[in-house]
Design a protein. Structure first.
Length: 194
């Protein structure tokens, strides 16, 4: 539970203003990191630090400046910590640390993608929400504006149709012969193999 801030009468809680500053924080983070993914992580770290340290914020001062200071300090602290890391942009060092899988996960993924594209828009939507994004049937139903039973029915029909398109036997997983490394790579593409 968050600790209440000691606010003067009629003053808006600065925690309620956080969303107003996200676009500016993200732009600043991108300018520092030159990488959108790293910038998003940096903004998230900044918000967490700000939220847990709001008792140190002086109400009535410039919240954006305070947030930018936290973001900047976090960026440079992380940079100092990673100074000793080995740069491996080509993956040469990383490639020497593991054995590549014997199968070609790209072929399985290409086959899955082609089959997924043949599904109806409703079936793709429900599989993305319930399967790949991990939303509950109830959350998906609310987002789609339909009954929970409709979501369950669509998800079942979509999985059945996908299994037919992939020529899978009853109960066989979409990527049953794929190992953990390939699943990790595929998950970065937003695909749930279950």
């Amino acid at each position: 539970m968050e600790a209440p801030l000691d606010l003067p009468e009629g003053v808006r809680d600065p925690r309620d203003e956080l969303p107003d500053h996200l676009p500016a924080l993200r732009a600043f983070a991108i300018s520092l990191t030159r990488n959108v993914s790293m910038a998003d992580d940096l903004v998230q770290d900044t918000i967490v630090k700000a939220w847990t340290n709001f008792d140190k914020f002086t109400v009535g001062t410039n919240l954006r400046a305070w947030l930018f200071t936290i973001l900047r300090n976090t960026f440079y602290s992380d940079k100092r910590k990673t100074r000793r890391e080995v740069a491996d942009p080509e993956g040469t060092h990383a490639a020497s640390l593991y054995v590549k899988p014997d199968h070609d996960g790209r072929m399985a993924f290409a086959e899955f993608s082609a089959a997924f594209d043949k599904l109806t828009a409703e079936h793709r939507e429900v599989l993305i929400l319930v399967g790949a994004s991990g939303f509950s049937y109830e959350d998906a139903a609310e987002m789609m504006g339909v009954a929970v039973g409709t979501v369950k029915s669509r998800a079942n029909r979509a999985r059945t149709r996908l299994a037919e398109l992939l020529h899978l036997d009853d109960g066989e997983q979409v990527f049953s012969d794929v190992d953990g490394t390939t699943l990790a790579v595929m998950s970065k593409s937003g695909v749930n193999a279950a």
